[in-house]
Design a protein around this ligand. Structure first.
Ligand code: AMP
Ligand code: MG
Length: 467
């Protein structure tokens, strides 16, 4: 079926790489696709003309039931460390890269279907996604973008009209997402682990040309990927975002947040917060994220070693780069929290003092900073004397409230509300999804309906992977 009302100006550079980088694969048709959401603003930004496209046509295309003209669908190969353990063969087991578009400002973006059926990398999986994770990723990624965090974006969500079997039968969905690319640390590891030096070289040249055009060497690439990872994780920390599965196959070398699985934003502040049910050791707990990002970048360095003239040179150069991670992160974190407190001159003890008071009370992370911007936070603290002492020291900095207001969101995608909208969507009511999407994409605007932390009965203790 040809759909002439959608024009995606594809230019598929990944599909021109050697065949062993991927498996060409088409989507498996679904029974009765219906459109949940299409992101017209994002489409327009990407130069995709969808103005004449009907919802039925959108559902047909973004379920994978028809291929847009110019697409060259494929499943990308990659490997990765999952919770520290090595998996030599992962790859897109339920996703297909349709192709890439190049926008007017010359940035290239991938367009990928997620949940579109089995691929040669599916192992025991069904290649499908259920509605819950698809809506969660749509909402989370759009919220993160609105809060100024580099991230993949959501272009479309479609119900398949079929059930997928998990612990119970659940409605299936396909999410279409866009990304600066889907090249992961695990993509490099895939070639390094196979001693495929040519593949590794080709991938490195490709990643440099696409993302870091001024990098001259693998060491430059490592350094620049590390810097973007530092900046990214500092943003996560400043918002209370917990990714949940920071495996090397979920680390984009472009420095975007990718693969929203059991992620969540923290309500009540505690540094040890962890949501993911599979993360029983708390490996990816909130406060561990910088350390694990460093570990992931060290795995990236290891994968790049074969490209260096000899191992000693590689170890010397790469160790010098990796050793800068803690200081770079400390500086980025200080900058993040200084902005949150409107400080022109940083004051690490002031920041730590506030976080200690917040942890003691389990204060709501988002609402505390929002209240500080309005200078109405005092009521949120049980130890008023300690807060007053802290407040006097803070006020001596003459905090910049305009900076605080544009740094501290009022509205974040809260887990209990996401869970509620998923339940509604399972019962065929998408209104809560659309309402919440509208709210979380205006994060700096007050909105009483979405600002409340969960009550004790609403609290969600655990999240589950998007499978
Ligand atoms: P993720 O946890 O989403 O990062 O996925 C880790 C690996 O498992 C990737 O290789 C995925 O493609 C694969 N995977 C996850 N869910 C499925 C599924 N339902 N069917 C096939 N492969 C899957
Ligand atoms: Mg993944």
């Amino acid at each position: 079926m040809h759909i002439m009302t959608l024009n995606i100006p594809f230019d598929n550079s990944y599909a021109r790489l050697p065949e062993r980088f991927f498996a060409r694969q088409t989507a498996t048709a679904v029974a009765a696709p219906t459109l949940i959401a299409f992101n017209h603003a994002l489409a327009a930004d990407l130069g995709i003309d969808a103005t004449a496209m009907s919802d039925t046509e959108a559902a047909t295309l973004f379920s994978g039931n028809a291929l847009p003209d110019g697409a060259a669908p494929l499943a990308q190969a990659y490997a990765g460390h999952q919770f520290g353990g090595w998996s030599p063969q992962l790859g897109d087991g339920r996703a297909l890269l349709l192709g890439e578009v190049v926008t007017a400002n010359t940035t290239r973006h991938d367009i990928q279907l997620k949940g579109s059926g089995r691929t040669p990398f599916s192992r025991n999986g069904d290649g499908r996604a259920w509605l819950g994770p698809a809506l969660r990723e749509y909402l989370m990624s759009e919220a993160m973008h609105a809060m100024g965090v580099p991230t993949t974006r959501a272009l479309a969500a479609v119900r398949t009209g079929e059930n997928v079997q998990r612990e119970t039968a659940l409605p299936g969905a396909v999410l279409t997402r866009t990304a600066s690319s889907h090249i992961r640390v695990g993509t490099f590891q895939f070639f390094a682990a196979r001693s495929d030096r040519d593949g590794l070289r080709t991938l490195t040249d490709y990643a440099i040309a696409r993302h870091y055009p001024d990098a001259q060497t693998p060491a430059d690439l490592l350094d620049q990927v590390m810097q973007r990872q530092v900046a990214l994780v500092a943003k996560w920390m400043g918002l209370g975002f917990i990714h949940g599965v920071m495996n090397t196959d979920n680390v984009s070398v472009a420095g975007e947040t990718i693969d929203y699985g059991p992620c969540a934003m923290m309500d009540s502040y505690h540094p040890d917060t962890v949501f993911s049910a599979i993360d029983q050791q708390g490996r990816y707990a909130y406060s561990n994220q910088p350390k694990l990002a460093h570990w992931n970048i060290a795995q990236f360095a290891t994968a790049l070693v074969p490209l260096m003239p000899d191992e000693t040179t590689a170890i010397n150069q790469f160790t010098a780069i990796l050793n800068r991670f803690p200081d770079l992160y400390a500086a980025a974190n200080l900058e993040t929290f200084s902005a949150k407190l409107g400080l022109a001159k940083s004051d690490p003890e002031l920041i730590d003092g506030l976080l200690a008071l917040m942890a003691q009370d389990g204060a709501d992370f988002t609402n505390t900073f929002a209240a500080l911007a309005a200078d109405t936070a005092r009521d949120q603290f049980s130890d008023r004397a300690a807060f007053d002492a802290w407040h006097a020291r803070w006020q001596a900095h003459d905090p910049d409230t305009a900076l605080m207001e544009k740094t501290n969101p009022q509205i974040i995608p809260r887990l209990h509300q996401i869970e509620a909208l998923i339940q509604a969507a399972v019962a065929d009511n998408d209104a809560p999804f659309h309402d919440m999407l509208a709210a979380v994409t205006q994060p700096f605007r007050a909105n009483a309906a979405y600002a409340q932390p969960p009550s004790t009965s609403e609290m969600v203790a655990r999240t589950f992977c998007g499978t």
